[in-house]
Design a protein around this ligand. Structure first.
Ligand code: SF4
Length: 545
């Protein structure tokens, strides 16, 4: 492609048509509903199709259900041993590929994040069953580490042969007495994407861990942070800011988390949701069972961080906290302002595309806006319609066969631990003053008119978008990284951050400005030429000729 031309030659309608033109008619019809030209107007949000199966033959960016359960939700927890029941291939990608960080040292310096334990199933286990092998592996994990918890994950072959992982886990839990062993039916095929795995993981954490701690938390302003995974140290930066404000983070689900933090989550007075997709149902369950209200926050972007801190302070309504939050923002912002002032002349007007996750593709647009950059196309890998259009459409969502695969937990107020954190009158007063509980407006209303929003983008469409729209930066995951770079466009991983981060909070924003400035202004990309661009016709000879 050579040096990217800045002129976007096509209208959004043309681009959409060109993305679809190579597909067979039936595939084009289906994909057409997942590619949206944003026409969000006041009071209307266009409808998009999301959370549906990827069409066979298409190289999706998605991960499997097991990847979402083990890799995303349970992976970052330090003192629970994760044991994968399946062939070793599934475990390869369970081994720290998300760059979750941990500060936990524990009583005996235990931190199991770096371990990758698998039953390494062989052909004979598939034929004769793997339950005995699983029991032996749980025993081995227990003997080696004596952990508080062992989590067992099912992969596709385990579901297909019908191993009862829950029965094995229950038997081993009873045998040990001092170790909580629990299992996840998160076979890769269970849902249409990793989103199903998040749900399965969170349901089990809620069932087996939350509310089990007997240690009382007496701090004044106690919150849970939900949907923050401490990639590249994001959680460390958020915790630093919260601590500076005098706010105690009881439990992060699940970055830098521990068994005891999950067990104490019922003692927080407010749940703050970062990634809406991966965890909004846990926020709902915490409210129903324990009386903890929830709000949507975003610590990606300096302005968004300040806004979220103010929202938390407003909820508690204590003038000391409100003043403290303002003092912290005033102290942190000068460095942010200086950094953004430095990069703005070089980054203003540059364009970005973001295709990650459930909420990241939305959150990172804040940082690009602060740098004067425009997000011209974005979409989620595994989101549902409410992540695009906002939570008001939830009552209209149809429950399909794939969603029915995921267990919905029936939750009722806990007879002992339920305690309303605010009276109805207090909640009403806050809402009257413009405070929004349980609210998420989605990505569509936040993106500019005529931008392209694409659900479950695939390899072919990614290359087509780059060819037609020529962005200055493309953000996605490791699977897309090198193919995009070969097109001569800088690529930033926003799942694992390459080797960078943190990008959350105030310090994170400064890191991001500087890194993106270097990426979009580096001349190295303009020298990129793939061999077929110089010699479009490749020829070869047999070695014996
Ligand atoms: S799709 Fe199935 S086989 Fe593949 S990694 Fe996921 S669990 Fe393993």
């Amino acid at each position: 492609m050579g040096k990217a031309q800045k002129l976007v030659q096509w209208s959004p309608t043309d681009i959409k048509a060109k993305m679809l033109e190579k597909y067979p008619p039936k595939v084009a019809r289906k994909r057409s509903k997942q590619i949206l030209i944003n026409e969000a107007m006041e009071n209307t949000t266009p409808e998009i199709t999301a959370n549906v199966r990827t069409i066979p033959g298409i190289i999706t960016m998605r991960g499997c259900t097991y990847a979402g359960c083990k890799g995303v939700i349970m992976g970052p927890t330090s003192d629970i041993v994760n044991l994968v029941h399946g062939p070793i291939g599934c475990s390869f990608y369970a081994w720290l590929t998300r760059r979750n960080q941990s500060s936990y040292t524990g009583e005996n310096n235990e931190n199991f994040i770096t371990y990758c334990m698998s039953t390494d199933m062989q052909d004979s286990d598939i034929i004769f069953g793997g339950e005995k092998k699983l029991a032996a592996a749980i025993q081995e994990a227990y003997d080696l580490f004596h952990p508080k918890g062992i989590a067992v994950f099912a992969t596709c072959p385990v579901g297909l042969i019908g191993d009862d992982i829950h029965a094995v886990a229950k038997k081993m839990k009873e045998k040990f007495g001092d170790c909580n062993v629990f299992a996840f039916s998160c076979e890769g095929y269970k849902g249409v994407s990793q989103s199903a795995g998040h749900h399965i993981a969170n349901n089990q954490v809620f069932t087996h861990l939350v509310g089990k701690s007997t240690t009382e938390k007496t701090d004044k302003y106690k919150i849970n942070l939900l949907g923050e995974y401490n990639i590249g140290g994001d959680g460390f930066e958020i915790d630093r800011i919260l601590k500076k404000c005098g706010i105690t983070n009881i439990a992060t689900f699940s970055g830098n988390s521990t068994y005891d933090q999950f067990a104490s989550a019922n003692q927080a007075d407010l749940s703050c949701v970062m990634c809406h997709r991966s965890i909004n149902y846990v926020a709902d369950m915490l409210e129903t069972k324990y009386g903890i209200p929830w709000i949507k926050v975003n610590f990606i972007g300096a302005e968004a961080t300040a806004k979220s801190l103010r929202k938390i302070a407003t909820y508690f309504g204590d003038q000391d906290l409100i003043d403290k939050v303002e003092a912290v923002i005033a102290e942190e912002m000068p460095a942010v302002d200086a950094a953004v002032k430095d990069v703005l002349p070089r980054t203003t007007g540059k364009t970005a595309m973001i295709f990650v996750g459930g909420s990241r593709a939305h959150h990172y647009q804040e940082l690009f806006k602060e740098m004067g950059m425009k997000t011209i196309s974005a979409g989620y890998e595994f989101a549902h319609r409410d992540d695009y259009e906002g939570r008001q459409i939830i009552p209209d969502l149809k429950v399909d066969a794939d969603s029915r695969n995921i267990e919905e937990i029936e939750v009722e107020p806990d007879p002992v631990l339920f305690k309303p954190r605010k009276t109805e009158a207090e909640i009403e007063a806050l809402e009257k003053a413009g405070f929004a509980f349980k609210d998420y407006e989605g990505i569509i209303p936040d993106m500019e008119k005529d931008t392209l929003i694409v659900d479950d983008l695939n390899q072919y469409e990614a290359e087509k978008l780059v060819e037609l729209m020529k962005p200055d930066l493309f953000c996605a995951g490791i699977k897309e990284k090198f193919s995009i770079q070969k097109l001569g466009i800088p690529m930033k991983q926003l799942h694992s951050y390459d080797s960078g981060g943190p990008y959350a909070g105030f310090v994170g924003a400064i890191n991001f400005y500087n890194e993106i400035d270097r990426l979009v202004n580096s001349r190295v990309w303009s020298y990129m030429k793939a061999p077929w661009q110089e010699n479009p016709e490749l020829s070869a000879t047999y070695v014996w000729e």
